[in-house]
Design a protein around this ligand. Structure first.
Ligand SMILES: Nc1ncnc2c1ncn2[C@@H]1O[C@H](COP(=O)(O)OP(=O)(O)O)[C@@H](O)[C@H]1O
Ligand SMILES: [Mg+2]
Length: 295
């Protein structure tokens, strides 16, 4: 269920502000004059086909790349080289391959690494390891070598290491794409809880309809420009947008369309519960004969 961000956040500067960002690689303009403002505590999903500039955008936000022109402002502070490390500690970034994100020999070492870099006292490091291991169901796995973990466990460990640093913004760049649907669901539940409990600003880059639908807002990129920016439930029902971003139509949307072809019009929605409620109301209001004759 989309969550509205806290009323108090209205008075805070946006978590991320991009003003006229352009990013050039040789003669290719990867991002073309992008302007986006993301309020603190909002969950923004980013979709777009391969090469549309999603990862470039993520890397610009956490300072791994520098824009060719334009301005990036993080929590009211312009992103400049001299405080790039402060900014990076505020912005957690997780990408697709969990193997490339492991630094330590055990899950515990891996979580500790970032905290040691923050120069936290030993007791606080131990406390955070325990807290985030518990949150991500990793307590039993703390002394395991990364090579002995499943893909889902590795990705949860990478998430714990990033979250333990208590970033104010978390970017997941196709971070669930290598996981099977069980682990993907698990991670999604975890993100939902973090978003609600810790008011974390989330940016999730994905091709997965479930993940895109879970966000407060969806930005669709195409060839370095914003094609659409709005509520996932409003955008994901538009066939031409789904096609431009090479997204599969959500299952419930297909169901709504099929039902309409059969003479049962309940509108269009990507919200499973809403569709179920409408169908239930329809079934309760019609006799079985009326439903049969509607076909
Ligand atoms: N290191 C690089 N060198 C040259 N071109 C790059 C590099 N990284 C990305 N690009 C180009 O930038 C465009 C956007 O890439 P990317 O941001 O990775 O897209 P996405 O994450 O949406 O797939 C692509 O056309 C890609 O070829
Ligand atoms: Mg990418």
């Amino acid at each position: 269920m989309p969550l509205m961000y806290n009323q108090d956040d209205k008075h805070k500067p946006p978590a991320i502000q991009l003003n006229n960002i352009r990013f050039q690689r040789g003669s290719h303009t990867v991002l073309k004059q992008l302007s986006i403002s993301i309020p603190a505590g909002q969950w923004v999903a980013i979709a777009g086909c391969n090469g549309s500039g999603k990862s470039t955008l993520a890397r610009l936000i956490n300072g791994l790349l520098q824009a060719s022109s334009g301005k990036i402002i993080i929590h009211g502070q312009p992103l400049q080289q001299e405080h790039i490390y402060d900014v990076r500690s505020q912005i957690g970034y997780i990408f697709a391959s969990p193997d490339d994100q492991f630094i330590g020999l055990t899950v515990r070492d891996d979580i500790a690494f970032g905290l040691e870099n923050l120069c936290l006292p030993r007791e606080q490091i131990e406390q955070r390891i325990q807290t985030y291991a518990k949150l991500l169901h990793l307590t039993e796995l703390l002394d395991r070598h990364p090579a002995t973990l499943s893909g889902g466990q590795k990705q949860r460990a990478a998430l714990a290491a990033v979250l333990a640093m208590q970033p104010s913004v978390l970017i997941l760049d196709e971070a669930t794409s290598m996981l099977d649907s069980h682990f993907r669901d698990q991670l999604l539940q975890c993100l939902q809880a973090l978003h609600v409990e810790q008011q974390l600003t989330l940016i999730t880059i994905s091709h997965d309809i479930k993940e895109l639908s879970a966000a407060d807002r969806l930005i669709m990129l195409h060839d370095g420009v914003i094609l659409a920016d709005g509520k996932p439930e409003d955008l994901l029902i538009q066939q031409q947008l789904l096609k431009a971003c090479r997204l599969e139509a959500p299952y419930v949307l297909e169901l709504c369309k099929e039902l309409r072809l059969q003479g049962i019009d309940i509108g269009e929605s990507i919200n499973e519960q809403e569709v179920l409620n409408k169908l239930w109301a329809l079934l309760s209001s019609r006799s079985p004969i009326a439903i049969k004759s509607a076909r």
